[in-house]
Design a protein around this ligand. Structure first.
Ligand code: PLP
Length: 410
């Protein structure tokens, strides 16, 4: 049975029905479209192509004259439900889902960029983003200006005193949980004629809304808190409809970074519980951070929600409802002591993933950040005493006790 094109999610426009709902309602019902079977839960449209009643209809659809789906590399009903739900939650006009977080950031940067353009970014970025800026952008004739300190306003002013196409920031950053003042950098970016992209993975849309602080784009790895149970890879780009259609649409359709319908279905269902999960993980992380701060074997703890974090004021203004699920801490005794701690854990798993229901820990200097030079690591304040902990949904006392027992008796 062919559906009335007006009922297709891609034809309704974001929020036509649900924009008045509060966030928790949108997370459960936003973007929902039901098939003629009236299923309760969102349907998984695990199909690559679509059929047409006639060649006239096919031709019209492909010419963009008749509404309707064409091919899942362009759009798919399950993926579209996820895109609509996330756009509603973020307060963005539209969204494109991608196969991974890096596919989102790569598409976002590469699709519109031209030789001679300039990108400004702080050193404190996810390491694959640093890799793209260092290895892909120069090949395209794009200059990259690095900002050493995320909070040095004078440095931002200098970096943005000449024209720039994009500024890419991450706040809180990986792994030191540095802050960037989104509003201040957005204003400088716009004055330089550029657009501000915020990688909002660590905060999630539950705890921080970069668009409200003047950002133009928000990008996600849905692999983290949106899935939340370590099953799928995915990503998302959120921004204005006109900008998505003008800067990204054709590149997205023809180069194929699309999210699989199966993964979209998993993260679509993940959004229904994300508010509960992220708030619980953030509260758990706060409890674990406070306990670790009292431990004599730990030299320093960094948690955005604690007042001893050097950028606490910025985090508190941008993430008023919680400091997030990540904690970084420095172990007395350097790399050997940090490795010993990881080797003695019974509950917390060693993994470079994050935002999972299971608590996960990693030693960034020798894993996720091993490809940085010593100077680059020093620029973000990372040395081999630091470990990064992603606090999950276990009882936080069990997580804290596991780390305490692993630190003791050396
Ligand atoms: C994980 C992550 C990415 C990359 O996402 P993938 O889904 O792994 O491709 C980008 N930025 C941040 C901050 C991340 O944590």
């Amino acid at each position: 049975m062919t559906k009335d094109p007006k009922d297709l999610p891609s034809q309704r426009g974001i929020g036509s029905k649900s924009s008045k709902w509060r966030p928790q309602t949108m997370m459960v019902r936003g973007g929902l479209t039901r098939s003629e079977h009236g299923e309760t839960s969102e349907a998984l449209y695990l199909n690559s192509g679509f059929v047409y009643d006639s060649p006239e209809e096919q031709s019209g659809r492909m010419a963009g004259e008749t509404p309707g789906y064409i091919y899942s590399r362009y759009a798919n009903p399950t993926v579209r439900m996820f895109e609509e739900r996330l756009a509603l939650l973020e307060g963005a006009e539209d969204c494109r889902a991608t196969a991974s977080g890096m596919a989102a950031i790569h598409t976002m940067l590469v699709a519109p960029i031209k030789p001679g353009d300039r990108i400004v970014a702080p050193r404190a970025l996810f390491s694959s983003c640093v890799w793209i800026l260092k290895n892909v952008m120069p090949k395209m004739g794009v200059d990259v200006t690095w900002v050493e300190s995320t909070t040095d306003f004078k440095e931002w002013e200098r970096a943005l005193s000449t024209p720039c196409r994009f500024v890419l920031i991450e706040t809180p950053s990986n792994p030191m949980l540095d802050a960037v003042d989104i509003r201040a950098v957005a204003d400088l970016t716009h004055a330089a004629g550029g657009e501000l992209i915020v990688d909002n993975v660590f905060a999630s849309p539950i705890l921080q809304k970069p668009l409200e602080f003047g950002a133009d784009w928000v990008v996600y790895s849905t692999t983290k808190h949106m899935d939340g149970q370590g099953r799928t890879l995915g990503g998302a780009i959120l921004g204005k409809t006109k900008a998505i259609e003008g800067q990204l649409q054709q590149y997205y359709r023809h180069t194929g970074p699309s999210m699989s319908p199966f993964n979209a279905w998993v993260v679509l269902k993940g959004l229904e519980t994300m508010d509960l999960r992220v708030r619980a993980m953030s509260a758990n992380a706060r409890k674990v951070a406070d306990r670790l701060a009292d431990n004599a074997k730990i030299a320093a703890v960094r948690y955005p929600g604690r007042s001893d974090h050097p950028h606490h004021n910025i985090h508190a203004a941008q993430m008023p409802e919680g400091g997030g699920s990540l904690v970084a801490f420095s172990v007395k005794g350097g790399r050997d002591a940090a490795y010993k701690l990881l080797n003695k854990l019974n509950l917390v798993d060693i993994s470079n993933n994050l935002g999972d229901a299971k608590s996960l820990i990693t030693h960034p200097a020798t894993t996720t950040h091993r490809t940085l030079t010593d100077d680059e690591r020093a620029a973000i304040g990372l040395d081999d005493t630091w470990v990064r902990l992603s606090v999950g949904l276990e009882d936080p006392q069990d997580v804290a006790e596991d780390i305490e027992q692993a630190l003791s008796g050396r």
